[in-house]
Unconditional design. Structure first.
Length: 406
């Protein structure tokens, strides 16, 4: 299939916003490539206030329309979420398909979702976004054909009246709620087994999946494309103390993450909210890593997850000059660790830090269990984690971890 040719459009209000606007527009370009488009044009406009009718002003929209014809572009993507009125007004002038940042991200999610749960969550986000924008959209899509921004619910569903779409949203929410309840039951079973959970969070493409593979021995797909991981993956690991833990890898965050996605993926993101410990993975090799770090923290704040214990994991130090020297010079502590998930640098230290952070929730002690008292072994096994066992002639000496009562 021939790649769509896209123009990306950004807008900022003052000098202070310019650098961030340039960075998010570069990110939009990367998102467009992840969706399968070729970016052939860039527009960045300064406006003291966003135009309520056209976002960037009617004159600039006409320039973009002319640019699309000159560059043979068939797609224009705005780096802001367009209101229904703005979308309709721009459609009347621009001779090709028009999307905003939210639609583009939803399209990528639609491509990446593999499980039933992931697909339901993406469809819910798409329908919630499209519901107030239904006027005339079926006619627009039929004129433009398929491609980026038209995946997911599909044209036929968009031709339903509002009542039928609202009914579909209600059914999807019910199915997602069932999935959420099953996840909750699984978490309760893990808690009954006293096993702690650790969730990887971070900006998309920060290296979470590479770290997940490094810690678990898995060989999950690693890609530079954004949002490679949508559906949560859980695996058991063993820490240096012998304490087992469940590690989860899930969707990466991004600047201007659509509220529709945060809402729709709440069932999945509960793995983050309910975890005992968060590993915030940060791409330390990026110049703007602090801005990405803050973007993740804003999303965690939305999820009420900042109250959780967090270790900041500064990844990709192998891309720095003399990474071993860097590790020697920089103190790892105060809730931060420097690593290279790809090269394995700093992983042992990270495991120790995870161990220390989790063990504060446990009482560690050694007990002797005589062979003649089978019931004692059963009781210990039911409410404690066995870290070590040393069999003797008359019984077994075991080192146990018992979760403290909160």
């Amino acid at each position: 299939m021939k790649k769509e040719r896209a123009i990306v459009v950004g807008v900022y209000r003052n000098k202070a916003e310019k650098a961030l606007a340039e960075e998010t527009l570069r990110e939009l370009e990367e998102l467009a490539r992840s969706a399968g488009a070729e970016v052939v044009g860039w527009v960045l406009q300064k406006r003291h206030r966003f135009d309520p009718a056209y976002l960037v002003g009617k004159g600039k929209i006409q320039e973009i329309a002319n640019m699309a014809e000159e560059l043979d572009a068939n797609l224009v993507i705005f780096d802001e979420t367009l209101s229904p009125a703005q979308h309709r007004n721009i459609d009347q002038i621009v001779p090709c398909k028009v999307l905003d940042r939210t639609q583009l991200i939803l399209d990528i999610f639609s491509q990446r979702a593999m499980t039933k749960e992931g697909k339901l969550q993406v469809e819910l986000a798409q329908l919630n976004y499209l519901l107030p924008r239904l006027v005339g959209i079926g006619k627009k899509l039929s004129r433009l054909g398929g491609g980026i921004g038209t995946r997911g619910p599909g044209e036929k569903k968009l031709e339903y009246d509002r009542r039928r779409i609202a009914e579909r949203i209600k059914r999807i929410k019910e199915e997602i709620e069932e999935i959420r309840k099953r996840r909750e039951q699984q978490r309760k079973r893990r808690k009954r087994g006293n096993i702690p959970t650790v969730a990887l969070v971070g900006y998309t493409s920060a290296g979470k999946t590479t770290l997940f593979n490094s810690l678990t021995g898995e060989k999950r797909q690693i890609s530079r494309a954004l949002f490679t991981t949508l559906d949560p993956i859980l695996r058991r690991i063993t820490l240096p103390s012998g304490l087992p833990a469940v590690l989860s890898d899930t969707v990466g965050f991004i600047r201007k993450l659509p509220v529709e996605l945060v809402t729709a993926f709440r069932a999945t993101l509960e793995e983050t909210v309910e975890a005992d410990l968060l590993l915030h993975v940060i791409d330390f090799a990026r110049e703007d890593f602090q801005e990405e770090e803050e973007a993740v923290e804003r999303t965690l704040q939305q999820l009420d997850a900042l109250r959780k214990p967090i270790i900041k994991v500064y990844n990709k130090i192998d891309l720095l000059e003399n990474p071993e020297e860097f590790l020697e010079r920089n103190f790892t502590g105060n809730g931060r660790v420097y690593i290279s998930a790809r090269e394995g640098l700093g992983i042992e230290d990270l495991l120790k830090r995870i161990d220390e952070a989790l063990l504060v929730n446990y009482e560690i002690k050694t007990v002797f269990l005589p062979y003649t008292q089978g019931g004692a072994w059963e009781k210990i096994s039911s409410d404690s984690i066995i870290l070590e066992r040393h069999p003797g002639e008359s019984g077994v000496r075991v080192k146990i971890a018992k979760r403290k009562k909160s």
